[in-house]
Design a protein around this ligand. Structure first.
Ligand SMILES: *[C@@H]1O[C@H](CO)[C@@H](O)[C@H](O)[C@H]1NC(C)=O
Ligand SMILES: *[C@@H]1O[C@H](CO)[C@@H](O)[C@H](O)[C@H]1NC(C)=O
Ligand SMILES: *[C@@H]1O[C@H](CO)[C@@H](O)[C@H](O)[C@H]1NC(C)=O
Length: 416
């Protein structure tokens, strides 16, 4: 019996569903949304910026219950407030929600004759009188109105950054593996980002930071495949498609970034230290004994000598690089990419004992395939291309004389 009670108790601390929803920043719970009214009248843009300081949006009633809850929430405190909806045309299907959740086609409460973009493209909510609960069009720049900000509810927790059922922490620079283990000690993971709103919330936290980007929990083994380390769905993604894909971990840029626009995700090396963001469920007690790690994205053998099949992109080096390799070394590297791509192997540094310590590159999956080149000596940087989607590289040092060796990136490419 006692065991049974303990089991129920642990179930409740392990699952947030036992906790009561709460709102942060003095917002008020209304039909599971957290709302805050600002009675000062401003333009749409300033209202929207004001909500953004909390990671909030202007209010977004998505159904009849939401709409009623907002009318009730406003009561007699304000009659007309800006909403988080913007119309490109006088048709609800051309009115898009600020939280990137789509258009007002499936539910809207426009007053008859609205939306009407001749009046304005912004939308406001009427709380009183004959038009109570109705939406109207307003001029975004010229009209000033009160406004309501909206945040998702969360669960009570003493953490500093509590949003939508999760607590976030931001930490100083380290590598992916180390960062993930620090997050696990907090009973979380490197952060996943599963909606435009969550991405926006994290922007409000990280824009103040000096570092230009933060490591998140995206694992990115090849250009078109990425996963969240906490297993969250990947249906939302904000990858910067114009940034070069060249490594297997993921960072989100902030406003200090010069190369990638703020809020966009891009590939970064798993081994280069970065600030990072952890995420864990709010309202959960952490015993300090984290669940076992299930993923080890970075191999313990950094040279990748003799590793099993390596999918592009990645980096191979001689053992011990950038220190000297040893005598009598023998290594092989099997490189591969997707079927329709080829491999470009780019040596960024190459120094071996001329003639005796040799790297061979084969155009295929083993040493019985055509030799693309046999390299030794001080060669600096150069590249070798495969004709198909596999490449086999060997490195052998003889019994005397050593040197720094080599480091090479292997990338997928598609020849025109
Ligand atoms: C409205 O007033 C609040 C409280 O004084 C302030 O924090 C907010 O920035 C104001 N909003 C705008 C858009 O000026
Ligand atoms: C790599 O594999 C070869 C062949 O099995 C072996 O002789 C060699 O010692 C291995 N190299 C390393 C560094 O483990
Ligand atoms: C390398 O191998 C040779 C013969 O196979 C051996 O005599 C020599 O001691 C080895 N050197 C090292 C550093 O292991």
């Amino acid at each position: 019996m006692q065991l049974f009670i303990v089991a129920i108790f642990s179930f409740c601390i392990a699952f947030v569903s036992c906790s009561t929803p709460v709102c942060m920043h003095g917002f008020t719970l209304a039909n599971n949304k957290c709302l805050k009214l600002y009675t000062n009248e401003t333009t749409y843009k300033l209202a929207e910026q004001s909500c953004k300081t909390f990671g909030a949006t202007l209010v977004t009633p998505k159904n009849l219950n939401d709409n009623r809850a907002i009318t009730t929430f406003l009561g007699s405190s304000a009659s007309l407030v800006w909403m988080g909806l913007y119309c490109f045309d006088s048709n609800p299907s051309k009115c898009l929600w600020d939280d990137a959740s789509g258009s007002a086609d499936s539910y809207n409460s426009f007053a008859s004759g609205f939306p009407l973009v001749d009046i304005g493209k912004c939308v406001y909510f009427s709380a009183q009188g004959a038009l109570a609960g109705k939406w109207l069009s307003g001029d975004c720049e010229k009209e000033t109105r009160a406004y309501v900000c909206e945040l998702p509810h969360t669960y009570a927790d003493s953490c500093q950054f509590n949003y939508n059922g999760h607590c976030y922490t931001i930490h100083d620079s380290t590598t992916f593996v180390q960062a993930q283990s620090i997050c696990e000690q907090e009973c979380g993971n490197l952060a996943s980002i599963t909606s435009a709103n969550e991405n926006r919330y994290l922007q409000t936290l990280t824009n103040k930071l000096v570092m230009d980007s933060n490591l998140i929990g995206g694992m990115w083994p090849s250009l078109n495949v990425f996963n969240w380390i906490d297993g969250s769905p990947t249906s939302y993604n904000n990858i910067d498609r114009s940034a070069t894909y060249n490594a297997n971990c993921m960072a989100v840029s902030n406003s200090a970034s010069l190369s990638v626009p703020p809020g966009y995700w891009y590939s970064v090396s798993c081994n280069s230290p970065r600030n990072f963001i952890c995420k864990r469920p709010a309202g959960v007690k952490c015993s300090g004994t984290p669940p076992p790690v299930t993923m080890t994205p970075v191999p313990s053998n950094p040279s990748l000598c003799n590793s099993t099949l390596l999918l592009a992109p990645g980096v191979i080096t001689s053992p011990n690089y950038p220190q000297n390799y040893a005598n009598n070394q023998s290594c092989s590297y099997q490189l591969a990419t997707l079927g329709s791509y080829q491999i470009l192997l780019k040596f960024d540094g190459f120094i071996t004992e001329a003639t005796y310590d040799v790297v061979n590159v084969y155009d295929g999956d083993f040493t019985n395939k055509p030799l693309l080149g046999s390299y030794s000596g001080n060669l600096g940087s150069f590249h070798v291309d495969s004709t198909g989607n596999a490449m086999y590289v060997t490195f052998k040092s003889d019994r005397s004389n050593v040197a720094q060796g080599f480091s090479a990136r292997f990338l997928s490419y598609s020849s025109p």
